[in-house]
Design a protein around this ligand. Structure first.
Ligand SMILES: [Fe+2]
Length: 192
């Protein structure tokens, strides 16, 4: 076959998730971008919640999309800062996350409401099978950074999450993070 792409390399800062060269502009997500995702909307529309740094390749099944994400520490009305979370548009597409810095929780959920959480930290390697929505939550005092790699044509379905949320929410408790049922989710299932 005739190769479609030339090989390339970029240098990843394992602490901050920055890439050199970047190859694509970072995609910041501010409070205003996360309206509807927390139980209470962010007060400050200009507050940086997280930032995605893509390593772009064609969005096709033969390619591996890759990105880093850094979530700033903090809470929105008691809920820890988190990504929007998504199902893949092509539901069966899987993904790998690798924790690089900070302390987090990976929350996963199926469409029928089953849910699962895993701690994230430097070196934690997470396999997210097809059919599981995924959201990362920064439960620490420092930025949470991780690397994601997924099948190129997966696509991100945020609308289902905007409508239903995840079956569980992660709040700051007196003794650390507390995972509780999301009262707005239409079908909270078993903890897997
Ligand atoms: Fe994904």
């Amino acid at each position: 076959m005739e190769p479609r792409l030339d090989p390339f390399v970029t240098l990843l800062d394992l602490q901050r998730g920055t890439l050199d060269p970047q190859r694509a502009d970072p995609e910041p997500r501010y409070g205003r971008d996360l309206v509807g995702f927390f139980q209470t909307d962010p007060i400050d529309p200009e507050a940086l919640i997280y930032q995605v740094r893509p390593i772009p390749v064609p969005k096709e099944q033969s390619e591996i999309q890759c990105s880093t994400t850094t979530i700033e520490p903090g809470t929105v009305d008691g809920e820890y800062h988190m990504t929007k979370g998504h199902f893949h548009v092509v539901r069966e597409r899987s993904e790998i996350y690798l924790g690089l810095a900070g302390e987090g929780l990976l929350v996963e959920a199926t469409e029928d409401g089953r849910h699962h959480t895993e701690p994230m930290s430097r070196g934690s390697l997470h396999y997210i099978p097809g059919g599981w929505a995924h959201r990362t939550v920064n439960v620490g005092a420092e930025p949470l950074t991780f690397l994601a790699a997924y099948i190129g044509d997966a696509g991100q379905d945020y609308d289902t999450i905007l409508r239903d949320g995840f079956p569980v929410v992660v709040r700051r408790g007196e003794n650390g993070p507390e995972v509780s049922q999301n009262p707005r989710h239409p079908r909270v299932g078993a903890d897997t």
